[in-house]
Design a protein around this ligand. Structure first.
Ligand SMILES: *[C@@H]1O[C@H](CO)[C@@H](O)[C@H](O)[C@H]1NC(C)=O
Ligand SMILES: *[C@@H]1O[C@H](CO)[C@@H](O)[C@H](O)[C@H]1NC(C)=O
Ligand SMILES: *[C@@H]1O[C@H](CO)[C@@H](O)[C@H](O)[C@H]1NC(C)=O
Ligand SMILES: *[C@@H]1O[C@H](CO)[C@@H](O)[C@H](O)[C@H]1NC(C)=O
Length: 249
């Protein structure tokens, strides 16, 4: 009697402790996994002449975001990579004058969250939505116009041309641009659009930009680990209860 109880408890414990593991394993039926997601920084390193952009991709954390997106999404990614000489073309101090958030936005502005092949540029509709968010005028619009093989880009602040294909594999496309693409929201801020809300004092002083909106950073990683954490808590709770139960028997 007592033995079978202990065996029962043990079985329950084993079940409890192994279930989360089996839950979080991807089902093996999900087809052969391709050889790891593409590493954008590696591709840019190989191409050379993108050292500043690589440094910013890393320091802003966008490199890791891209790695996760390429791993978890089928939409693909398109990157307009400014060459080192395009960064030297910026007014001195431009990068240093940006807040951390603006640096993230600047780098995300060079990323389209879908795969765009060079022939897609002819038919794509403007404005393109970048990873920086809102593509409305005054925020983060990015327009593309083509004629023949020429692809022009305008942000409303910067005009430039795609000057080379760096990489393309059907999921990731990297194009070289010879100017840093400056977004309007950071480099040509507009007075906030007349709000529909009837604010009583439309004082001219109300210039504080309430437009720091481009913060739609995916947070799946931390979400997942939080879930694992709570599962673990539940398991240890069950374990303690079982132990207590066992002592009282
Ligand atoms: C991608 O490649 C770079 C440089 O080769 C390396 O430093 C980095 O750790 C790699 N990232 C991942 C997630 O493998
Ligand atoms: C692209 O830009 C170049 C240089 O600014 C300009 O001469 C050309 O007309 C533009 N082409 C298109 C299709 O916008
Ligand atoms: C981009 O194109 C859209 C649609 O043609 C237009 O409304 C918008 O003003 C353009 N923006 C810029 C910055 O050129
Ligand atoms: C960009 O090109 C547009 C249209 O071709 C022109 O109106 C605008 O002045 C140019 N802007 C800059 C910053 O060169």
């Amino acid at each position: 009697m007592e033995h079978s109880l202990i065996i029962l408890l043990f079985t329950v414990l084993v079940l409890l402790t192994t279930t989360p593991g089996t839950l979080s394993q991807p089902s093996p039926a999900v087809a052969p996994t391709p050889p790891g997601p593409t590493n954008v920084t590696k591709i840019l390193e190989k191409a050379g002449q993108f050292t500043v952009f690589i440094r910013l991709l890393k320091s802003t954390g966008v490199a890791n975001q891209l790695y996760g997106q390429l791993k978890n999404s089928d939409n693909g990614i398109t990157i307009f990579a400014p060459s080192d000489s395009s960064f030297s073309g910026l007014k001195a101090g431009t990068l240093n004058s940006l807040t951390d958030e603006q640096q993230v936005e600047l780098i995300q502005f060079h990323v389209i969250p879908s795969y765009v092949s060079s022939s897609n540029f002819q038919t794509i509709s403007n404005p393109l939505r970048t990873q920086a968010g809102d593509s409305a005028d005054g925020h983060f619009p990015l327009n593309v116009t083509t004629s023949g093989n020429t692809v022009n880009i305008t942000t409303g602040v910067t005009n430039t041309t795609v000057s080379g294909n760096v990489y393309s594999d059907g999921q990731l496309a990297v194009y070289q641009v010879d100017k840093v693409l400056l977004p309007q929201q950071v480099f040509d801020p507009r007075p906030p659009a007349p709000a529909p809300a009837p604010s009583v004092s439309k004082s001219k002083k109300k210039k504080e930009d309430s437009d720091s909106s481009g913060d739609d950073t995916p947070a799946d990683a931390s979400f997942a680990s939080r879930n694992v954490g709570s599962l673990r808590d539940a398991v240890s709770f069950c374990f303690m209860s079982a132990l207590l139960g066992w002592f009282y028997l």
